[in-house]
Design a protein around this ligand. Sequence first.
Ligand code: UDP
Ligand code: MG
Length: 320
Amino acid sequence: MKLSLVVPCYNEEDNVELFYEEVRKCFQGKIDEYELIFVNDGSKDNTRKKLKQIYLNSGKQHVKVIGFSRNFGKEAAIYAGLQQAEGEYTTVIDADLQQRPEVVLQMVQVLDENEDYDCVAAFQEKRSEGRLLTFFKNVFYKIINKVADTEFISGASDFRTFRANMRSAILSMSEYHRFSKGIFSWVGFETKFIPYVAEKRNAGTTKWSFKKLFKYGMDGIISFSVAPLKLATWAGTICAELALLYMVIIFLQKIFFGIDVPGHATVVTLILFIGGVQLFFLGILGEYISKMYIQEKKRPIYITRETFGIEKPREESENQ
Ligand code: UDP
Ligand code: MG
């Protein structure tokens, strides 16, 4: 098997058929041996029916379908798809045709011609989102690259093609809170970045609200950096130093100028300020502890409800 396409799908009823057709047309005569692994991430529309139909129409040849018991998120869907991939190369691609199969051919060609690369990742030279979102995304990349040891490339998506060695490496990271952008970069391997233009979504709407993106970004920082924990040490030190300085000032004022300690407003303000700072850092601690707590429960990353075209379903959290 030359190539496995891993396609996470959540409420993509109007896209999956067209996606399948486009891939078939595009690969015809260029890549003979390939498989499509659709992961139905608990869709609430007719995606399940459509995928089953695609599987049956394909002559059960090169289509595999995994259906989750509920929505587990794109990251879990990618993980499940990778577990089933058998190709020499594996591509992660969205179902909404924003990422064109023609680009996959380009990626395959790079890997074919270049033994030095293990991965080809597409990145958007120009973002298609609004200005505000682009601004926040740029700020996010600035922050995460400052605080994390792993490098995060702005504009790089999880649209990429990699060799089997990298696929095993990714699967060996069986953490519950998955942040693909970080995982791809953390495992290493030589990656070539090629620019691509993200098309308009074929049908349906994006599943990312600003709130979801913000949470995802925070999860990314917490998964790949412990810098927020160290912030508390710095803030604590600065507050203590300021307090000492203020103490000296009050003392001198009293001795030399006879000025009394200013009224209770200062005290109340300071108590509130310090209380706020302490609670803020307790919150950060809580973020890490809650992630440890969930991870420690060793819950599976996803639960399978049904599969088509898969003989041996893998354990949901099975390590490679
Ligand atoms: N997706 C998924 N589970 C989710 C959310 C999204 O499998 O909980 C899939 C979705 O069906 C699509 C891909 O992930 O194939 C990218 O999602 P979307 O197009 O909403 O993201 P965007 O392209 O806007 O970043
Ligand atoms: Mg999309």
